[in-house]
Design a protein around this ligand. Structure first.
Ligand SMILES: NC(=O)c1ccc[n+]([C@@H]2O[C@H](COP(=O)([O-])OP(=O)(O)OC[C@H]3O[C@@H](n4cnc5c(N)ncnc54)[C@H](OP(=O)(O)O)[C@@H]3O)[C@@H](O)[C@H]2O)c1
Length: 221
């Protein structure tokens, strides 16, 4: 089963889809929620889908304290509050994967990127969490509906960036195991590009009324 993975905000949306996928590939997971009952219910549902019991549910702080990899999947408006709430519980040398997109719906009905003075939601998060926790921005360009269909579509590109090569390697392996195509996009200062692509994907899906994903193909040598 390897390292334990916590999904903060894993009771719904993309966090829940990631949790189901991780359980499916045999990872030991803990679903984090603001509410114990909600976390337990989500874990119970996931355990009922698979032969092996692999999911636990806990309040966010406890979930974060139990994992070597923590995935943050809460709405942008809650990112700072939840990050401050779990920050002192994160294990030294653990990895935090930020999935948050600073997105807003404009008056014209389309979606736009919220410009942050820190550069990106991920860099804003960097200032909140301990230095000995590696921060990786990822899963920002892929929707929960594509994660649900990873067995049925050609490997979608899942972009990631961050400043620790060691942490990036682990997340690359995780994305690969999940059935995505990891694409290293460089340092954490590039996170705004991933977030912008996430907003673009939401606009494309909204206009076309279809789920969409990107694949970066490399020419053979
Ligand atoms: N949905 C996607 O396909 C997708 C794709 C890429 C990136 N993202 C990004 O991923 C993040 C999560 O998106 P989502 O659509 O999955 O969100 P969501 O379904 O609205 O919420 C996910 C979880 O966050 C917690 N939450 C909700 N509102 C909260 C609040 N006000 N304060 C604290 N926690 C709250 C809830 O968990 P509890 O109630 O159990 O605490 C909820 O189950 C967002 O930043 C989004 O931009 C989403």
């Amino acid at each position: 089963m390897g390292e334990r993975i916590a999904i903060i905000g894993g009771t719904a949306g993309i966090g829940y889809s990631i949790a189901v996928r991780l359980a499916k590939i045999g990872k030991s997971i803990v679903i984090g929620s603001r509410f114990q009952w909600k976390a337990e219910e989500a874990a119970k549902t996931i355990n009922s889908m698979f032969k092996e019991v692999c999911a636990d549910g806990a309040v966010n702080r406890k979930a974060a304290s139990e994992a070597e990899i923590v995935i943050l999947t809460v709405p942008f408006k809650a990112q700072v509050e939840i990050a401050e709430n779990i920050s002192d519980c994160l294990k030294p040398n653990s990895i935090l994967i930020d999935v948050t997109i600073p997105i807003k719906r404009s008056e014209d009905g389309f979606f736009s990127l919220i410009r942050l003075k820190e550069g990106s939601a991920a860099e804003r998060l960097r200032k909140i969490i301990p230095e000995d926790v590696s921060l990786i921005a990822s899963f920002k360009n892929i929707s929960q509906y594509i994660i649900d269909r990873l067995d049925y579509i050609p490997k979608p590109s899942i972009l990631l960036c961050g400043d620790s090569m060691e942490a990036k390697k682990k997340v690359v392996n995780l994305i690969d195991e999940m059935g995505g195509e990891p694409v290293d996009c460089g340092p954490l200062s590039n996170a705004f590009l991933l977030e912008a692509l996430g907003v673009l994907m939401v606009n494309i899906e909204s206009i076309s009324r279809r789920n969409a994903y990107v694949r970066f193909e490399k020419l053979p040598d």
